[in-house]
Design a protein around this ligand. Structure first.
Ligand code: FPP
Length: 248
């Protein structure tokens, strides 16, 4: 323990812990390639990293976690890989939901779920139903999600509300518009983590990320564990969040 004022260094400004952490899980393919394995092996290992991350988020008492599991652009991958990814999703929904439900996790899905087959669509509805009363961790999974499409869809819904006389366009506020987004009721992410060393948002939560702190980690997603999660939280704690204002 350090005693005496001479030894005390000024404490770094600490941000309040993030209420909402969002993650762009990247690097499954490179993880597999480095091991001369098929890409699906990277995705499978990536699903294990999802499990570890949910546990870490619960341990750190993070209230909201959002993961980018499948982008609207991922449909353009070769058919075999799309099949592997949707197969993993189906398996995940069938095997993990009961445990997530009993751990107090509430699940939500954002994105264009109509593009998945009927079986998966039913499983998504069931997972949301089975976990609706949980409050320990709010887990949102972005599936067939693209932020620009989300914003266009919100604009379309808002224009319909204007046409129906439910919204006065002159009185529309940012919060009022955000109510039309798929993330209505979910706080904006305080921290967005992207793995694999890439430094971009890739059409993820573009509206909601306006004031998010971004942390880019060099680890490939399948290797992501509780240590990396804690390191990202520590990095976040050192950030001074201003939301466009000047420091006090
Ligand atoms: C990016 O790696 C990751 C994805 C496209 C999919 C993410 C999927 C998982 C983590 C597994 C399944 C998740 C659930 C919830 C069941 P990449 O393939 O783009 O990697 P690369 O950039 O190295 O090629």
């Amino acid at each position: 323990m350090v005693r005496g004022s001479a030894a005390i260094t000024p404490a770094e400004p600490e941000s309040a812990p993030p209420r909402h952490v969002a993650i762009i899980m990247d690097g499954n393919g490179r993880w597999a390639a480095a091991r001369h394995l098929p890409r699906v092996a990277g995705h499978r290992e990536g699903a294990r990293a999802v499990r570890r991350t949910i546990e870490a988020a619960i341990r750190h008492q993070i209230g909201w976690l959002t993961i980018y599991a499948f982008s609207s652009e991922n449909w353009r991958r070769p058919a075999g890989e799309v099949l592997d990814l949707t197969g993993l999703l189906r398996q995940y929904l069938r095997t993990e939901i009961a445990e997530l439900a009993s751990s107090g996790v509430r699940m939500r899905f954002i994105g264009d779920r109509n593009r998945f087959d009927e079986g998966i669509q039913k499983d998504l509805i069931q997972a949301e139903k089975d976990t609706v009363g949980n409050t320990r961790l709010n887990l949102t999974v972005a599936l067939s999600y693209g932020a620009r499409a989300e914003i266009v869809s919100a604009a379309r819904a808002m224009m319909a509300a204007v046409a129906a006389g439910e919204v006065d366009p002159d009185a529309l506020t940012e919060d009022g518009f955000a109510r039309f987004l798929s993330t209505d009721g979910i706080p904006d992410p305080d921290l967005i983590i992207r793995t694999s060393g890439e430094q971009r948002l890739s059409n993820f939560l573009l509206w909601q990320a306006a004031y998010s702190e971004l942390v880019f980690l060099d680890v490939l997603w399948p290797d992501f564990d509780a240590t990396h999660f804690a390191a990202a939280l520590a990095d976040f704690a050192r950030r001074e969040r201003r939301f466009g204002a000047r420091p006090a």
